[in-house]
Design a protein around this ligand. Sequence first.
Ligand code: GDP
Length: 177
Amino acid sequence: EAERAAEIDYVFKIVVVGDSAVGKTQLLGRFTKDEFCFDSKSTIGVEFQTRTITLNHKRIKAQIWDTAGQERYRAVTSAYYRGALGAMLVYDITNRQTFDHVARWVEELRAHADNSIVVMLIGNKADLAGRRAVSTEDAVEFAEEQGLFFSEASALSGENVESAFLSILEEIYGVVS
Ligand code: GDP
């Protein structure tokens, strides 16, 4: 039984994209290790982290890739997107520019990733509601137009992080199974 439990039925590659400093690394840390690191920036060189979950009695290993700062130089390569079944497209609800750039990231995904990729738009830093610069309505409208799933979340408080990752994994499972 122990051996059976260690078996993995599926590996789902998910890429995390979006402007620099929107909280991509912290969202990944929250989902894979349930932690938030106040003085990070040690991400250079870390390619991906994993967490295994059970869904419909299947063991699914989520392999979640971090850009490791490449997005700063607009140098995210096609290798990063190769084989990705899902994408978390992150903006910061307190920074309008990061939301204005979301359309560019969608184009980038359409150009480099597989057509069937499941994309979830994440408005991160929802804990900073008093500094909000992007309304939920604007984001919902954009997500509907583009056919993206959407959630606001906070890597800091943990709000909606688990549910956002679990929904993208369920959607991917629906595509591949
Ligand atoms: P990345 O460049 O997109 O990977 O962004 P990081 O994960 O390195 O986060 C950038 C900055 O935003 C760091 O100072 C984090 O502490 C902060 N940050 C990330 N997520 C949140 C969040 O949910 N709430 C708040 N208040 N700050 C956050």
